[in-house]
Design a binder for this molecule. Structure first.
Ligand code: FES
Length: 546
């Protein structure tokens, strides 16, 4: 500290507050975080703490290959060990792009010191030719490129119009869902989720959060005091009401595993079943995060959900969640509807079971086509993503609008890393006929910006040799979302017969982190954390050499 020109009185006998920063020019959504950290520092110093900013592995959704999800658990290890090994009394997590939120929260949970989250905020709404656009439109325009309606040059212009400011994706994609998750869990100050990154009030929130973490250290208000069973229930109800990302399921399960709160995947369905969709936000609805902020932000949503929430759950403010939203107001019922008169009675998430997904699968009914919620069709099977890319646009592909597209080997172990390829494109020959949705099933994930009748996270995944691995072209698949069922009309005897001829694909890596990941990653219904990372080790350093 001396070599940085910091006199001893600056840090002696003061709470030392770490600012865990995921700033990186390779994570465009978090590229403004150095500035945000300065605001946090001001707040910490003001409240009598000593701020120390430190970098951790940053996970940028747009640039990392094969998928940022492969590295979520690795980043969480970096966060956990950095917090424990350094002499910090409390920590501020700067989170933005999709995986940067769960990885930081997971790592911090395994240490369990006073912690507060400051999110980077969403981008401003895009605008192209007078129309509001956001990153969900990437999927629409991508289909338009394939049918020749939009040229690649125009697409590049659209991209620039879509991503016109600092911040993360402006729809209720995974990053926004994660920001809402931390607010509804009680891990951030009220209003954190929706303030646009470019709005000066984002910096104000960062500064106040900096002050608050110092008080939290003095109060010894730790993560385990906030992340109770009731807090997890609140997050699940909120995610259903806002039409949050399917990725929420996997990340919340992993966080619960770290802090030691028992949480089963069925509970997402039980708790969501009676929750209507009240936030009219893309991809389930029409508007953007900036609109949500102007309509009152997440506090106005939570206030509307008052009767469905555990009102006394404590938050980082030191107050209950209900006290946090008590003064919230809704300024636009077109964007935040009421529970009595919701924007959509279809809930945000449903968990399916059946002989195709014995442990579970996930679907987002709010972003799916109502006419496909009960559907029976023949499987068109792709063994892996390369097979899919090779054949999807072939004129010889035997497929019609009633077919069910099945993509295998894109799960946690199989890909590896469970990429966001589940919203696989519609075959060109059907696009040309005007088909815009069909049932698609995979053991992978979908971007939170995606939409369609898409069954994801099939567990156990194909790479473990479960029944999903044994589906063949022409098998009849029955999807029944109202009854939460996903089945395949194949007898047990036939499955046994197919198993005899099943060949495992060789693991795609035999060294380094990827091997560690493949050997230890758990299935999607358990949160896809590494088995040896669940739980925590507290903040005590085992040995002290000084
Ligand atoms: Fe970072 Fe969408 S790419 S949030």
């Amino acid at each position: 500290m001396k070599n940085q020109g910091i006199p001893g009185f600056e840090f002696n006998r003061k709470p030392i507050i770490g600012i865990c920063n995921t700033w990186s020019e390779l994570t465009p959504c978090n590229a403004h975080f150095r500035e945000l950290a300065e605001s946090v520092k001001r707040g910490i110093s003001e409240a009598g703490g000593f701020p120390v900013e430190f970098p951790v592995m940053s996970l940028g959704e747009t640039l990392m290959k094969p998928t940022a999800m492969l590295y979520r658990n690795l980043a969480s290890m970096d966060v956990e060990e950095s917090i424990r090994a350094n002499p910090v009394d409390g920590v501020v997590l700067l989170c933005g792009c999709d995986k940067t939120t769960p990885s930081l929260v997971m790592g911090a949970c395994s240490v369990n010191i006073p912690t507060i989250v400051v999110s980077g905020g969403p981008m401003l709404t895009g605008n192209y030719k007078g129309n509001q656009i956001g990153t969900s439109d990437v999927w629409r325009y991508h289909d338009d490129i394939r049918t020749g309606k939009v040229s690649e040059e125009e697409f590049i212009t659209i991209e620039a119009a879509m991503c016109r400011s600092r911040g993360h994706c402006a729809v209720m994609g995974t990053a926004s869902s994660m920001a809402c998750m931390v607010e509804s869990l009680g891990l951030s100050l009220a209003g954190n989720a929706a303030i646009p990154a470019a709005d000066s009030r984002r910096k104000v929130l960062a500064q106040i959060s900096g002050s608050r973490i110092v008080e939290m250290v003095n109060e010894d208000l730790k993560l385990s005091d906030i992340l109770t069973r009731k807090a997890f229930e609140n997050a699940i109800v909120t995610n259903a009401a806002i039409g949050g990302s399917t990725n929420f399921v996997i990340h919340l399960l992993a966080i619960a595993g770290r802090i030691g709160v028992p949480l089963e995947i069925e509970e997402f369905d039980k708790l969501s079943a009676t929750v209507p969709l009240i936030a009219n936000l893309q991809p389930s609805g029409k508007y953007f995060m900036e609109d949500l902020f102007y309509a009152g932000g997440l506090p106005a949503v939570l206030k509307e959900l008052d009767q469905l929430l555990n009102r006394h759950a404590i938050t980082v403010s030191g107050k209950s969640i209900a006290e946090n939203y008590a003064s919230a107001e809704c300024f636009n019922r077109e964007i935040i509807a009421t529970v009595k008169n919701p924007f959509n009675t279809e809930t945000g998430l449903a968990i399916l079971r059946g002989n195709l997904c014995e442990a579970s699968a996930v679907i987002k009914p709010s972003a799916a086509s109502p006419h496909l919620m009960q559907h029976e069709g023949r499987a068109v099977v792709f063994e892996n993503i390369e097979d899919f890319k090779l054949r999807i646009d072939s004129p010889d592909l035997e497929v019609d609008e009633n077919s069910v597209l099945v993509l295998k080997n894109v799960g946690p172990k199989g890909y590896p890393g469970m990429p966001e390829v589940g919203n696989m494109g519609i075959p060109s020959k059907l696009l040309e006929k005007g088909v815009r949705d069909m049932v698609r099933i995979s053991d992978g994930r979908m971007s939170g910006t995606g939409f369609g009748t898409i069954v994801l996270h099939v567990s156990p995944e194909a790479a473990t040799g479960g029944k999903f691995a044994l589906i063949k072209n022409g098998d009849v698949i029955v999807l029944d979302v109202p009854n939460r069922k996903l089945d395949i009309r194949v007898t047990e005897e036939e499955f046994e017969e197919r198993k005899k001829h099943f060949h495992f694909l060789p693991p795609p890596a035999n060294r380094g982190y990827v091997k560690l990941y493949i050997d230890h990653v758990q299935q999607a219904h358990l949160g896809a954390d590494l088995d040896f990372l669940t739980g925590g080790s507290g903040s005590t350093v085992v040995r002290d050499s000084h």
